[in-house]
Ligand binder design. Sequence first.
Ligand code: SF4
Length: 312
Amino acid sequence: MFGNKRYRTLNQEMKKIFGVKVIKLSVNGGFTCPNRNGVKGYKGCIFCSDSGGGDFAGNPDISISEQIDEQIALLSKKWKSERYIVYFGTFTNTYGDIEELRKKYYEALYHPKVIGLAIATRADCLSDDVIVLLRELNDICFLWLEIGLQTINQNTADFIRRGYDLSLFEDRFEQLKASNIKVVVHLILGLPGETREDILKTVDYVSYIMPWGVKLHLLHIVQGTELETYFKNESKFRLLEMDEYVDLVCDCIERLPESIVIHRITGDGKKSDLVGPLWSLNKLKVISEINKEMDHRNSLQGCRYESKYNAK
Ligand code: SF4
């Protein structure tokens, strides 16, 4: 058991490592994605919106250091902290000229309150040069890399247009692991055509490869995406209800080794653009329901243990 949570959260992990609260702030490095600029395709993954996942990131029209200052000013109204991790999470953040990448990462690291970087990318955007640069960063700051695997099911991966095979992911993941670079794997729960068993198979795979962290995303539909059109036209496809999602997430958490840091357990759509599921807007309620269900399961396990023990 981890504090008042039922799994290893990023907050707790940061507090354990640094002894103080560490806050993640999002900047927009002005990157694009090979799935959008025509190298792999123009349409992107079917769930990806025009913002490329950067709804809550800084303003790309100003410098990285200005974005950091703006975000610190904003976040410090809510939380006081002197330590920040800069999250490059919009589009594909290792996709670009290597010197340009280096410049942007170092600009973030030069900020006196920044202790590390979190970089979101795709497995097919981790060239040897990029891995060398990441190793260099890993030696001087707290670094983790986030990769959008979403699923190990190849049919689903093709359908969502992920654009690379599991074997490529495995290859890059092993290279990163061998370089002691922490990896956070993103999974999406509720993708079209995936059964509960498919989802749990992906979670079992992640448990086997043992990344440093996992993000469990609820599939949510954003306006203007191809997924929205599919959702409106495909009568057999439906979104998860909250109770189904809670049950599924708890199954995932139970299957993941305790040492894996769980960075996220739900989706985070922007209210004005969200098509569904609308219940996901009440993030606090979703998290509280997940915690309640985990407590319930833990208490049942306790009872099972007690009755077994008393029977002896
Ligand atoms: S890889 Fe990321 S940024 Fe690129 S299209 Fe897919 S979701 Fe969007």
